[in-house]
Design a protein. Structure first.
Length: 200
């Protein structure tokens, strides 16, 4: 894991982040959107199997919020799609989010393919394709993870990662044989809520 050294106090608390996730009764096209607090960096717990190269390991640790002081994840079920989406909202102490995002921007071009072992014990190697990022927040990147699945189909998992002040939010969407972005309106809405919570 990258040797980021967060200060004691994050920009936002877990409770504040939970309140800033998508409301289940007021987000069109969705249902059943549970929110879970991320384990703090010193909590230990089950570690995911590492991936290679190291640049990819760093990228995925950052987008999963593992470098953050506090964070929450939200699973998003879509009414018109069998594949769920999700977000991870991560808060950092002053200057922390900018430093972590700088590392993300440096590592992403070095992560052209990612290899590892999935939860079922199967080895995989997936392509990483950087695509244009949305014009939201203070900084943003977006990339596709492309995997071969049963029957020769391709699964596209899109990651959109945005820094807003001292928070970083990662959006994920998956589909088979087509690229389906996280709804742009919801991306903008989530980023704006984070900005408003920090700056008023």
């Amino acid at each position: 894991m990258p040797s980021f050294a967060p200060a004691p106090a994050p920009a936002l608390t877990v409770k504040q982040l939970e309140a800033l996730t998508f409301p289940k009764d007021a987000t069109p096209g969705t249902y059943d959107m549970p929110v879970t607090a991320l384990n703090p960096p010193d909590a230990g717990g089950t570690l995911r199997p590492p991936v290679t190269p190291v640049a990819c390991q760093d990228v995925f640790e950052i987008i999963r919020g593992e470098a953050a002081t506090v964070g929450v994840s939200q699973l998003i079920n879509w009414k018109d799609d069998i594949f769920p989406g999700g977000t991870i909202l991560a808060a950092y102490p002053p200057g922390g989010a900018k430093s972590v995002f700088r590392a993300l921007q440096a590592d992403l071009p070095l992560c052209r393919s990612v290899s590892g072992v999935d939860p079922g014990g199967n080895r995989f190697t997936n392509r990483i394709v950087v695509v244009p990022a949305p014009a939201v927040g203070d900084q943003a990147v977006r990339f596709q993870e492309v995997a071969k699945v049963t029957g020769g189909q391709l699964r596209y998992t899109e990651h959109t990662v945005v820094r807003s002040g001292e928070t970083i939010v990662a959006f994920v969407m998956a589909d088979v044989d087509r690229q389906t972005p996280f709804p742009p309106g919801l991306v903008a809405q989530q980023v704006q809520r984070l900005a408003t919570a920090q700056h008023g």
